[in-house]
Structures are given as C-alpha cells and as structure tokens.
Design a protein around this ligand. Structure first.
Ligand SMILES: C[S@@+](CC[C@H](N)C(=O)[O-])C[C@H]1O[C@@H](n2cnc3c(N)ncnc32)[C@H](O)[C@@H]1O
Length: 139
C-alpha cells in the first residue's frame, strides 16, 4: 500500500483504522514518513503506541485514539484504508472535503464507490495463500 501510494520521506501519511499499527510503523521506519494512525479500540491503540515507543519512533509515528470520522486530514499526502465498504462510504465525504489536491489514497480490498481508481494492483498470493486487491486514487 505504501509503495503503490509512492510514499516519500518526510511526507505525511494517515492510516484510518490503524489496528496494531503495522502500516504506521512501516511508514515511519522504512519510508521515513511522518505517520499517523487513527484507531478507536483502546487495546489496539495501547499496543501500537507501546510498539512505537519500543522502536523509538515517537518523533515520526503516533496513533490517535479516536473515531476516523472526527479527525483532520488536511495535511495528508497519503491516506491508507483497510475498512469495510460501509465505512468507506461514511469516510468518503470527509476525505472529499478535507484532502488537498494531489493527495493519494490507497484502499485495501474495498473500492470507494463513485471514485475512479488511477491504478488497481492485484496480489495473487501474499505468501500465505491469500489474494489482495489495492486501489490507488488521487484527489
Ligand atoms: C481491518 S483493520 C485494518 C488495520 C490496519 N489498517 C491494517 O491494514 O493492518 C480495521 C481497523 O479499523 C478500526 N476502525 C474501524 N472503524 C473505525 C472508526 N470509525 N474509527 C477508528 N477506528 C476504526 C478497527 O478497530 C480495526 O482495528
């Protein structure tokens, strides 16, 4: 997702519904980006913040413990999502309102209705026998 979204060092990325924080951590550690996750589950928030602290990534990675529908994404260069279609439907108007022109959005497995993907990448086997589809959009 980060490669398809062409994340560059110093750019700001947001993972909406960041789970255990793996994408945020990879964005900060391997891509040298300023990475923010948003996660409403308190345990996942704590787990991911603990991992960030243990890797000493505090300056470039953080997780907001809150609802993805109540955040400010105006500074984003890249947004990543792995959410159900109903959640994509809910977040879409907020992204349309807030994201600056040129911001990239990469969605895992589920398309954004009414948006036309710039690129679709299919990963047939992730090494564990599962296939994935990634959708790249540009505002
Ligand atoms: C499928 S997981 C994806 C985790 C991570 N982004 C990844 O790709 O590995 C979706 C996550 O979104 C979180 N989530 C769903 N709706 C949310 C909301 N409205 N606000 C914050 N987090 C939400 C869930 O708690 C879950 O951890």
């Amino acid at each position: 997702m980060l490669q398809l979204g062409e994340l560059k060092a110093g750019e700001r990325m947001f993972d909406l519904g960041s789970g255990d924080g793996r994408i945020v951590i990879m964005a900060a550690e391997k891509f040298r980006a300023q990475a923010t996750g948003v996660e409403w589950d308190k345990d996942l928030h704590k787990q991911s913040m603990d991992k960030i602290a243990s890797l000493k990534l505090d300056k470039s990675a953080r997780i907001i413990n809150g609802d993805i529908l109540k955040q400010d994404y105006t500074s984003a260069d890249l947004v990543t999502v792995y959410l159900l279609p109903t959640s994509n439907d809910k977040i879409r108007p907020l992204l349309e309102k807030q994201l600056k022109k040129g911001t990239r959005i990469v969605s895992h497995d589920f398309e954004f209705r009414d948006w036309k993907a710039d690129k679709v990448e299919v990963i047939d086997d992730d090494g564990e026998g599962r296939s994935h589809t990634l959708y790249l959009y540009r505002r």
